[in-house]
Design a protein around this ligand. Structure first.
Ligand code: C2E
Ligand code: MG
Ligand code: MG
Length: 735
């Protein structure tokens, strides 16, 4: 049953003075309120009426009509405006059973979401009080007025409830911005009680910088804006304010209703989320999405003639080595340190972004000429050139840079990134720490590489591949003590193709296994053919280069055993060369491969030593028989004291760890002499001989070439004696 608890006072008075009987009836037809006059008309006391259905007042013959009306009411219980619904002649059934002819007017309204009806009952029997004879129109007007008064009361009540209980802060201010009312939520928001807010006005919580003047009275539309308030504890809160002006019936502004929502956390979260969406979490640099946005802005400016733009892609050289040898934590720290260096170098108008992994992008805007992009590349390379110290570990980290320069609007971002990627790979191929500017011809290079890989597949069968051998020389005696097997490809049309070009291609496919097997079989069978002539050669050895995939191939050991068996070469005369990065690629795998090789008596040499990231502890752990010092230390492009010191340190390190030190790339007398002074044991290089076809080796083996010997006499050799583990030397070779 519905229940009208306390009809507002004004309404109550009105109900009592009207000359008609009035009942409020709920959606079930139950009388919830009746006035005094209805008591008189019906003979029931008010308490008896409340709780009864209206049918108690109807003659049985009228009930059907009433039920039909009830159905209609149920079909459309909530009219938009309270209007008179019906006006009928009824016979009212009084408490004493007598009948009374009445006019009944009925209007519907909605209160708290529920449909109600107000029923006005007018005595139509001639028993009306003198002076109170009503027309039907008057009756209708009364019922409509009552319904409107009720609707107003209920709307005021609703407003009050909405104001007081709103989760948003609510304030009513007059046209002078004086606070008239405020709700609890608002008080909590600014940390003040009602009195403080009402007495002191807006000043104490309004953030001084952001005070918005009051709205002018004619500004009746709702306005929303973001403001900043100050909490009593001093905190600044960001609020979303929505302000509208209440008007009276004549449209005159009365006061403003302001609702305030604290959006401090929401805003902070939004800012954080949008930062996260646009930045890389490790380095805090912009990410690709932000980069693309900046690129499109740059294109817009460039289209308006703002000069040249360039995108540079930086990729750390051999970064995988750092991760693998020193762990991801150090790798991450290095990336961050790297990013900070680049950041220091970048202009505020440019954008530096981390594309992912060890790749960074740099957008340089507004260049006056294209070559300026290369200056930027060199500046970036210079910024990262010095050593990094991560967790006390000193790391040299170079990067390769691809550059794309354009004027006006660029290609779309993904095409641009493709171009700069191609240029970056070209830079990598040219060696560490370089930059290369993109040209469309580079795509032809890529096509060439594809074609070359296809051709390499046929080269072996076509007999275009062969093994050349470069001698190792005992620096003390200048005698040849072994050879490195180096592969050569004589292409029918393209001529000589260097292994630095085709080995990496083969590495990308299974071709490397066929090539590796070919090299190994050729090397062991040639080494077998160098077998002793009485006094020499019994200990002459051969080295074979292994690439990463070969080295980690589970069939490696069986293939070697098979080659050794087939050739009859003693295992100790074969040495496998692996580079530092290959060895450190997968330390556990490397250790187990070395152990298996050790079991069959085959040793290994660490090739290109000094170019990777070998930590000293790994060097001790792997314990290669030979360390081959990379030729960048032996014949550096620019000699420096720093380089000499490093060379000296590596030689002495090898000696202390009881490994044989072999210097690659000796090209000059001076280099040779320097190495001999350092007591480096073995040398290799063009000074002695480039790699030569096997047919030309006999001359080298037979006797120490006069030229080497003559040069030797001028130097002051005091080589260290042979060690237990030293590779077979060749004392007996010279005649
Ligand atoms: P690597 O193993 O470090 O071989 C030494 C390279 O330095 C050879 O180049 C050699 O010709 C060159 N070299 C020797 N002395 C000097 C010198 O005094 N000055 C200069 N500037 N260079 C010198 P090559 O033959 O072009 O081989 C390049 C690389 O290709 C090798 O480097 C090796 O990593 C790879 N490679 C060659 N043959 C094979 C092979 O059969 N299998 C595998 N997996 N890799 C191979
Ligand atoms: Mg080698
Ligand atoms: Mg080498």
């Amino acid at each position: 049953m519905g229940y009208i608890e306390n009809p507002p006072v004004a309404l109550n008075q009105l109900l009592e003075v009207v000359p008609d009987g009035i009942a409020f009836v709920d959606e079930y037809g139950v009388i919830c309120h009746a006035n005094k006059r209805l008591e008189g008309l019906t003979g029931y006391a008010r308490d008896e009426l409340v709780g009864q259905t209206v049918e108690v007042l109807l003659q049985s013959r009228c009930r059907d009509t009433h039920v039909a009306l009830g159905h209609e009411f149920a079909r459309d219980p909530i009219p938009r405006v309270p209007v008179m619904a019906r006006h009928l002649d009824y016979r009212l059934l009084r408490r004493d059973g007598s009948e009374l002819m009445v006019d009944v007017a009925r209007a519907q309204f909605v209160l708290d979401g529920k449909p109600w009806a107000v029923v006005a009952v007018c005595d139509d029997s001639g028993q009306r009080t003198a002076g109170h004879v009503r027309t039907k129109a008057e009756l209708r007007a009364i019922a409509t007025e009552l319904a409107a008064a009720e609707a107003l009361a209920s709307s005021e009540q609703r407003f009050r409830l909405a104001f007081e209980n709103n989760v948003a802060g609510m304030i009513l201010v007059d046209l002078e911005d004086k606070v008239l009312a405020v709700n609890d939520s608002f008080c909590q928001m600014v940390g003040r009680n009602r009195e403080e807010v009402i007495d002191n006005g807006a000043a104490p919580f309004t953030h001084p910088k952001e005070f918005h003047g009051h709205l002018s009275p004619d500004e009746t539309a709702r306005v929303s804006y973001i403001d900043r308030f100050r909490h009593k504890d001093g905190r600044v809160i960001v609020v979303e304010v929505s302000k509208s002006i209440a008007l009276d019936a004549a449209g005159v502004p009365l006061y403003s209703v302001i609702s305030v929502r604290d959006v401090t956390q929401e805003r902070a979260l939004t800012a954080q989320l949008s930062h996260q969406a646009l930045h890389d979490s490790l380095t805090g640099l912009p990410n690709r999405a932000l980069f693309e946005d900046r690129l499109s802005q740059a294109n817009g400016r460039a289209a308006r003639g703002a000069g040249w733009n360039a995108v540079l892609m930086l990729d750390l050289d051999n970064f995988k080595g750092v991760n693998d040898t020193l762990g991801h934590v150090v790798g991450d720290q290095l990336l961050v340190a790297f990013a900070r260096r680049l950041e220091q170098m970048s202009r505020s108008s440019d954008t530096l972004c981390r594309l992912g992994g060890d790749e960074f992008l740099y957008l340089a805007e507004g260049l006056t000429y294209p070559a300026q992009a290369e200056d930027v590349a060199e500046r970036l390379l210079a910024a990262v050139a010095g050593p990094f110290y991560i967790d006390g570990v000193r790391l040299e980290q170079h990067a390769s840079i691809g550059v794309v320069v354009w004027e006006g609007a660029s290609k779309d971002c993904s095409e641009l990134l493709q171009d700069v990627d191609v240029a970056m790979y070209q830079a990598k191929r040219r060696g560490e720490g370089r930059h290369v500017v993109f040209t469309p011809a580079m795509y032809e290079d890529e096509d060439n590489r594809f074609a070359l890989t296809q051709e390499l597949g046929h080269a072996l069968a076509a007999g275009e591949l062969s093994m050349y051998y470069q001698p190792f020389v005992n620096l003390a005696t200048s005698q040849v003590i072994g050879f490195e097997a180096l592969m050569r490809w004589q292409h029918p049309e393209r001529g000589h193709i260097p292994p630095n070009v085709f080995i990496p291609l083969a590495e990308k496919t299974d071709l490397i296994y066929a090539l590796g097997s070919f090299a190994l079989h050729d090397a062991v069978s040639k080494a077998r053919s160098w077998e002793p002539t009485a006094a020499r050669a019994s200990r002459l050895f051969v080295t074979v280069n292994l690439s990463a995939r070969q080295f980690h191939d589970p069939n490696l050991v069986s293939m070697i055993e098979e080659a050794l068996t087939a050739s009859g070469l003693a295992p100790e005369r074969l040495v496998l060369e692996i580079t530092e990065s290959v060895a450190l690629d997968d330390i556990a795998g490397t250790m187990s491969a070395i152990a298996r090789l050790d079991r069959i008596g085959v040793a290994f040499a660490l090739d290109d030593f000094g170019t990777g990231y070998s930590s000293l502890s790994y060097l001790a752990l792997l314990h290669p028989m030979i360390i081959k010092i990379d030729r960048s230390f032996v014949s550096p492009l620019h000699g420096s004291v720093y380089n000499d010191t490093l060379l000296e340190a590596i030689v002495s390190l090898g000696q202390k760890l009881k490994m044989t030190v072999l210097a690659e790339g000796i090209e000059t007398q001076e280099q040779l002499e320097h190495l001999r002074r350092l007591r480096c044991e073995i040398g290799q290089g063009y000074f002695f001989s480039p790699a030569a076809p096997s047919g030309e080796l006999a001359a080298m083996l037979g006797r120490v070439p006069r030229s080497w010997a003559q040069r030797l006499k001028r130097s002051t050799p005091t080589p260290v004696g042979p060690r237990d583990q030293a590779p077979p030397d060749h004392q007996g070779l010279s005649t």
